[in-house]
Design a protein around this ligand. Structure first.
Ligand SMILES: CCCC/C=C/CC(=O)SCCNC(=O)CCNC(=O)[C@H](O)C(C)(C)COP(=O)(O)OP(=O)(O)OC[C@H]1O[C@@H](n2cnc3c(N)ncnc32)[C@H](O)[C@@H]1OP(=O)(O)O
Length: 239
């Protein structure tokens, strides 16, 4: 990902990610490392400006593009690793959770923090967390909107490994891909999809309902006010 300053996910960036995933599949790629050009941020999650006073059709398109990208990422036939050498809140955490393996560096925060922002992580975000860290830990983390530090993320199983820095993180991600290289492709892909199918189907069969929930939610005046205040707090911080 290379969308400075924080790889926030707007419609255009989501489309780029989706196109890249389709191309990798068409080219029969043997594995992907999802990484960031930023030295400190993996991805700041959804671009909050896409949700602030949007036009209805643009907001719908934004959400559908996110769904499309995620459905592709979660179901790739090739192995995927997230090299998390920077913070990964909310949608950034979703990207990492959607890969098959996660390597993180020290001093990083990762989690589905939506509750803390007064918004609700969509069901499929929650499912991804549950599938990785289990029901009990996911429920606790999601209710609190907890951001895990590196040590906590390793302890709870949210990530698989800690590496000292970006170079080591990428090297460990490559090692994971190498460990998969000799597995029979069809068997590997079939087992992966078997595990992920119910989560994928839940969104595929409920896409319109999921979009409706998003639209109805963000168009509420009190939600718009909350987004406005949050945007102000973010830009005051960097100002
Ligand atoms: C039913 C509704 C469901 C909706 C689901 C939503 C899921 C989501 O993903 S919501 C997005 C949640 N994301 C966040 O809360 C992250 C907010 N950002 C941060 O915590 C920090 O920016 C960071 C830890 C990622 C990085 O910190 P750092 O100090 O390096 O950078 P900053 O100075 O904070 O930010 C630089 C710059 O980027 C702007 N920005 C940051 N995050 C976002 C974002 N998610 N969307 C849009 N813009 C963002 C920030 O305002 C700064 O901009 P300016 O330089 O122009 O002020």
């Amino acid at each position: 990902m290379n969308r400075p300053p924080v790889n926030s996910l707007n419609t255009e960036h989501l489309e780029q990610l989706h196109r890249a995933l389709v191309r990798l599949e068409n080219e029969k790629c043997r594995g992907m490392i999802l990484s960031s050009s930023s030295p400190t941020v993996f991805s700041a999650g959804l671009d909050i400006r896409e949700m602030y006073k949007p036009e209805l059709e643009k907001a719908r398109k934004f959400w559908r593009t996110l769904q499309d990208m995620w459905l592709k990422l979660y179901s790739t036939p090739y192995p995927t690793v997230a090299a998390i050498h920077g913070h990964a809140p909310a949608g950034g955490c979703l990207l990492a959770l959607s890969c098959e393996y996660r390597v993180i560096v020290p001093n990083v925060k990762i989690g589905l923090n939506e509750t803390q922002l007064g918004i609700v992580a969509p069901q499929w975000f929650q499912d991804c967390m549950r599938n990785v860290i289990g029901e009990r830990q996911a429920e606790k983390a999601l209710i609190a909107g907890h951001m895990f530090n590196t040590e906590q993320a390793l302890q709870v199983g949210l990530v698989d490994e800690v590496a000292a820095d970006k170079a080591a993180c990428i090297a460990r991600a490559e090692a994971f891909l190498a460990s998969q290289a000799n597995l029979p492709l069809l068997a590997r892909k079939t087992v992966k999809l078997g595990f992920r199918n119910s989560t994928l189907s839940r969104l595929m069969t409920g896409r319109e309902a999921d979009t409706k929930i998003f639209i109805e939610y963000i168009f509420q005046p009190k939600v718009q006010k909350g987004i406005e205040l949050y945007l102000q707090s973010l830009s005051k911080k960097s100002g």
